[in-house]
Design a protein around this ligand. Structure first.
Ligand SMILES: C[S@@+](CC[C@H](N)C(=O)[O-])C[C@H]1O[C@@H](n2cnc3c(N)ncnc32)[C@H](O)[C@@H]1O
Length: 272
């Protein structure tokens, strides 16, 4: 795909011109990626986050994924996860749900994703982890009863949704009173106020917010060599993979580094 076509598509997406088409187009993209890129060591599809300060504890075998796990670590740090029923919405290849299940002693972790190919892959890549399961379903119509979860995690997925307020209302509905909804994703700077409004639904109270952009750019830089190696194997999809992965020089990388795109984290508490 040429750069100008890519820019036009991105700017239509930024304007939110075709939300439903965009939603189902993303599903096709994730289905294709999961069908043809089945590497056992690829469990994350986020841009990562590298924070300053002391590194959080990880087992040696998880060190190569530190930057990608970093987004999950910041999302759940300090939340009452021990014994909790955790739902991840937009769980992708399952690496984040796996991290929570293995490091934070929850009662259960359910990963939900609307891409059937991706859910099948997540089940295969994480079948060795107990208390972890994956289901097919739509963030905007959650297939769960009211109050079924204590913590909901949502990482770098909401930009694909057609109806973010419907997603936020569904998150509020399936959370138990006092439960936590922890969210991270990027938006064009001019769309941040809209995101605030979209997530301000009855039953959810904003508890904390943070700008993650600098740490995300640091993670993109740290992952550059590994990404280039994967892009090098993409043959026909090189341009797409360069943009999609946020490699240096991509439109997204420049947006995040220059401040035109902002990566935000928010935590909400379910009111009684
Ligand atoms: C960029 S990936 C992030 C995956 C994972 N959170 C991670 O950090 O590795 C976005 C994921 O959200 C999923 N997704 C997008 N729209 C969705 C929807 N409406 N309902 C459920 N999942 C959705 C996609 O299929 C994809 O797996």
């Amino acid at each position: 795909m040429s750069r100008s076509v890519f820019s036009n598509v991105l700017s239509a997406v930024e304007r939110g011109a075709f939300p439903r088409t965009q939603k189902w187009a993303w599903r096709g993209v994730y289905n294709i990626l999961s069908r043809f890129w089945r590497d056992d060591d690829w469990r994350f599809m986020n841009y990562g986050f590298v924070a300053g300060g002391a590194p959080f504890p990880l087992h040696a075998e998880d060190e190569p994924e530190r930057a990608f796990i970093g987004l999950y670590h910041q999302a759940v740090e300090g939340l009452p996860l021990a014994g909790a029923r955790v739902l991840e919405i937009g769980s992708g290849r399952g690496g984040g749900s796996r991290y929570i299940a293995r490091y934070h002693a929850p009662a259960s972790v359910t990963g939900l994703d609307y891409s059937p190919e991706t859910v099948r892959l997540a089940r295969r890549l994480n079948g060795d982890t107990t208390s972890l399961s994956f289901e097919i379903g739509d963030a905007e119509r959650l297939p769960f009863a009211d109050g079924s979860f204590d913590v909901i995690v949502n990482i770098e997925s909401s930009h694909c949704y057609a109806n973010v307020p419907a997603f936020a209302s569904e998150a509020a509905r399936v959370l138990a009173p006092g439960g936590w909804f922890t969210f991270a994703d990027m938006r064009p700077k001019g769309k941040l106020a809209e995101l605030d409004r979209q997530l301000s639904v009855p039953g959810l109270e904003l508890a904390a917010e943070r700008n993650l952009s600098a740490g995300v750019v640091a993670a993109l830089d740290a992952a550059e060599a590994r990404k280039r190696e994967r892009i090098g194997r993409a043959r026909l999809m090189r341009r797409f993979m360069t943009e999609f992965s946020g490699a240096q020089g991509s439109i997204l990388y420049k947006g995040l580094a220059g401040g035109g795109v902002v990566y935000v984290a928010r935590r909400y508490r379910k009111t009684a």
